[in-house]
Design a protein around this ligand. Sequence first.
Ligand SMILES: *Cc1c(COP(=O)(O)O)cnc(C)c1O
Length: 237
Amino acid sequence: MTAETVPINENLKQVRASITSAATQCSRDPNGIHLLAVSKTKPVSDILQAYENGHREFGENYVQEGVEKIQQLAQYSDIVWHYIGPLQSNKSKFVAEYFDWMQSIDRFKIAKRLHEQRGVYQDPLNVCIQVNIDKEPNKAGVFEDEVVGLIEQIASLERIVCRGLMAIPKASSNEQEQRNSFDKMQRLFTYCQQQCQKTAPKFDTLSMGMSSDMRLAIEYGSTMVRVGTDIFGARNK
Ligand SMILES: *Cc1c(COP(=O)(O)O)cnc(C)c1O
């Protein structure tokens, strides 16, 4: 561990201010945008610091690491935990048991397992469908034309609530390319809301935007930005 201290409180303040200004610039209500603090690879002490600063929503990418942190922070029962990484079906039971959200649904089989493994005493698991919006060969997620079908299939699983879409657009330094990806996601999100009013009445989440492209994502209707580096500092590889 390095001794370098990251000013997490200061960073949170800046990220929140940046969300507010991006929202205001495009006449959106900043309260309609959730900030998910992505704490993968970062210690529990960092999460606690953000918690003491009033933050409650955290995102983790790796099952074992996430579960360990959730167990260590079990007394902080108002934390909302989001699983945002790839998920192998043999680990789905841990996500079903420990997390509040699962944002990377990319096939019915995983959704069905999560439904079967979600405890009857628990609230239903909130899920988002991950969309491979730029059709990148090695990226997780379904293609645009598969999304509505998957939402309809998931609707039969009562321990799962379909909350929206998640995407990680292609990394690009070209702003127009980034805009095109976000624009496609925004249109797809609106289309799904219209098509699935009956099958997915709680479909309200468009999860897109990270440290580097958060402001642009907000311009295209993001309701949840997932920010790691700008809050907790760079990750060691
Ligand atoms: C790591 C990660 C993030 C956060 O990325 P930063 O660039 O550090 O803000 C957001 N979403 C997903 C799915 C991630 O894996």
